[in-house]
Write a protein that binds this ligand. Structure first.
Ligand code: FES
Length: 230
């Protein structure tokens, strides 16, 4: 698991919302009755983290608490529970490596070892501030295991080779495409579909006339249904 405590909180810089964050949080607050505006805490923390270079300092958490009328400890509890909230500085590209069982069975341990060698120790920012990585629990993309969330996007079906290329591309200032890194469409079978491939399933050629339903009322005779002429 990643580090879930502040690192050197005594050194945290003061925090104030900028106009963009202020407007976005106000938008979320309007979704709830004013006495329930604490319900906006998760998006408010996310917006605050975006403004604060990808992490939440102690002054930032206090600003959220004050804004939403919450006690500081309640906001702190939420921020320390969810690994989507970082409590210490992160790199420009922050890797959340899923280490839960399906990803582990598909090679997540090798990805973690590679991150350790290429980026450095877990939870630390690489030289130049470009990269950091942590291990997280299941990110809900197990069918495309192993996967890593990099900033806001998922990179899936990874291997050492594709991960190395991703890191090199980010280092070179490119923005690699998120999604799967094997030949498949989203979560469909790798290569080509392996089931329901018979086209006659879809072209209508298998359609049969509807079987007659026993004892169903007979349709009215044509003459009986014809309008009565004056
Ligand atoms: S186990 Fe990795 S995404 Fe679910």
């Amino acid at each position: 698991m990643s580090h879930r405590r502040f690192h050197h909180p005594e050194n945290h810089a003061p925090f104030a919302f900028n106009k963009e964050s202020d407007d976005l949080i106000a938008w979320w607050e309007r979704k709830y009755p004013s006495e329930r505006r604490a319900s906006a805490v998760i998006p408010a923390l996310w917006i605050t983290q975006k403004q604060n270079a990808g992490w939440l300092s102690e002054p930032a958490l206090r600003a959220v608490a004050e804004r939403l009328g919450m006690t500081y400890i309640r906001v702190y509890e939420i921020a320390t529970f969810y690994t989507m909230f970082n409590l210490e500085p992160v790199g420009k590209y922050h890797f959340q490596v899923c280490g839960t069982t399906p990803c582990q069975l598909r090679g997540a341990d090798k990805l973690k070892d590679f991150c350790e060698r290429k980026i450095g120790p877990k939870g630390h920012v690489s030289g130049g501030g470009k990269f950091s990585w942590v291990e997280v629990e299941c990110l809900g993309a197990c069918v495309n295991a192993p996967m890593i969330q990099i900033n806001d996007y998922y990179y899936e079906d990874l291997s050492i080779e594709t991960l190395e290329k991703l890191i090199d591309d980010f280092a070179a200032g490119k923005e690699p495409q998120p999604g799967t890194y094997v030949k498949r469409q989203t979560s469909a079978p790798e290569g080509a579909p392996t089931s329901l491939t018979d086209e006659t399933l879809y072209d209508g050629s298998r359609a049969k006339p509807l079987a007659a339903i026993l004892n169903a009322p007979k349709p009215p005779e044509e003459s009986a249904a014809a309008p009565v002429k004056a």
